[in-house]
Design a protein around this ligand. Structure first.
Ligand code: GMT
Length: 387
């Protein structure tokens, strides 16, 4: 198959899933074309089956806001025509799904009929998409997609609750590539962070309000009252400066390291004992899955799709959003005893295996084939051209 993937090229979860999916499809022999405004963060190597097409937005003094959506739709038309793509897969509804719809309509004027699949990732529905600013466009483009997927049952439910959806939504959970995410021997690193064998707690995110990074700091402060520990805060974003200030006011700076954005996150996870994700909402929680794959149990909130990933009392614990006391108590329960900690670590790894890329990739490939087949029924004249 020749597949066009549209995504945000940043470190955000949707971009990561899109890029990892594209890489895996390319490994299976499919030709994958990424179409976005800069090289996706995890696409930093050569593969014969991977292509990147940059969407450049022309600035003009008249524009207060450069029209990215039009530039993307035009680029999609160009790439589909030139490369002969079979299907488009857009990640994150805004503005990718509506740009794909626009491109599809334009391509029809050239006699080219291409289906597009939209994958909803979370904030495109739960935070941004349902705002009246975008809602009519999001609803329309979901309903006009030839296939729609969400990364959890909870996100499917939210989408159906908040929008007037006439399309069937298929749930395809996020996945993990164990070739990259697995326990690495990084003892020297562990010694540098925790010279007295303190437990290492970790949080990774984009430090937006929804991640409740302040709760991470408060929870850690409570854990520290019982257990010698260090906290690694990985990533960057709007709340980071506040969180650093909180640590100063709490007098715990010696125990907390803010590491900023990190590429080799699997190496840092490999020296960690507990992952903290107290999010306000989380459609799936990919960062927690990455931790689990590296044998790190998870203390999380029970918001959104997190109960579909974190199995309470098995590979971690869940608490109500904002219940920092409960989260800290459960963290101590896991951390205070080596035997318990090791059991949770092994269970985290076992749970992560349910989301092995090898299990999820065929579901996406089948979904593409079904979508193309359904589309061909609508446009039988194109069948011979594609097959
Ligand atoms: O959570 C973020 O900050 C990034 C966001 C995104 O859209 O890139 O992540 C969403 O998609 C991820 C991949 O499917 C999910 O694992 C995250 O749970 C989801 N974030 C939220 O729902 C808040």
């Amino acid at each position: 198959m020749k597949i066009g993937i549209v995504c945000y090229p940043t470190f955000g979860g949707s971009g990561v899933v899109a890029t990892e999916l594209g890489k895996a499809l390319a490994d299976e022999g499919h030709q994958v074309h990424f179409i976005t405004y800069s090289q996706p963060a995890r696409l930093d190597f050569f593969s014969a089956n991977l292509f990147y097409h940059e969407v450049s937005v022309r600035d003009y003094p008249l524009f207060d806001y450069a029209p990215y959506e039009s530039a993307l739709a035009s680029k999609l038309v160009d790439v589909v025509r030139f490369e002969g793509l079979d299907i488009l897969h857009v990640h994150y509804a805004i503005p990718h799904a509506s740009a794909a719809y626009m491109a599809k309509q334009i391509l029809e004027t050239y006699g080219i009929h291409i289906p597009f699949v939209t994958t909803l990732h979370g904030t495109d529905i739960t935070l941004v998409g349902k705002d009246p600013t975008y809602k009519p466009v999001v609803t329309f483009s979901i309903n006009k997609s030839d296939g729609v997927t969400t990364v959890s049952e909870d996100l499917k439910k939210d989408t159906n609750n908040h929008f007037d959806i006439t399309n069937e939504i298929k749930v395809i959970p996020n996945f993990i590539d164990f070739n990259r995410f697995s326990l690495k021997a990084k003892d020297h690193f562990k010694k540098a962070i925790a010279p007295n064998n303190e437990r290492i707690l970790i949080h990774t995110s984009n430090f937006r309000k929804v991640k409740r990074t302040g709760d991470v700091i408060k929870m850690f402060k409570k854990v520290l009252e019982t257990i010698p520990a260090k906290l690694l805060m990985v990533g960057d974003g709007p709340d980071r400066a506040n969180n650093e200030q909180m640590c100063r006011e709490m007098g715990i700076c010696d125990h907390v390291r803010f590491l900023g954005k990190q590429d080799a996150i699997e190496e840092i996870l490999s020296v960690s004992d507990l992952f903290l994700m107290p999010s306000e909402t989380e459609s799936f929680g990919l960062a927690a899955l990455e931790a689990m794959a590296c044998k790190v149990p998870v203390i999380s909130s029970n918001a959104g799709g997190l109960p579909e990933l974190n199995v309470d009392g098995f590979c971690g614990y869940m608490s109500n959003v904002g219940d920092v006391d409960d989260m800290a108590a459960k963290a101590v329960l896991i951390l205070e005893n080596d035997e318990v900690l090791n059991r949770f670590k092994e269970n985290a790894f076992r749970r992560a295996q349910d989301f092995d890329l090898k299990k999820i990739l065929p579901i996406y490939i089948d979904f593409y084939n079904e979508t193309i087949a359904r589309h061909l029924i609508q446009y039988p004249a194109t069948a011979s051209a594609i097959m």
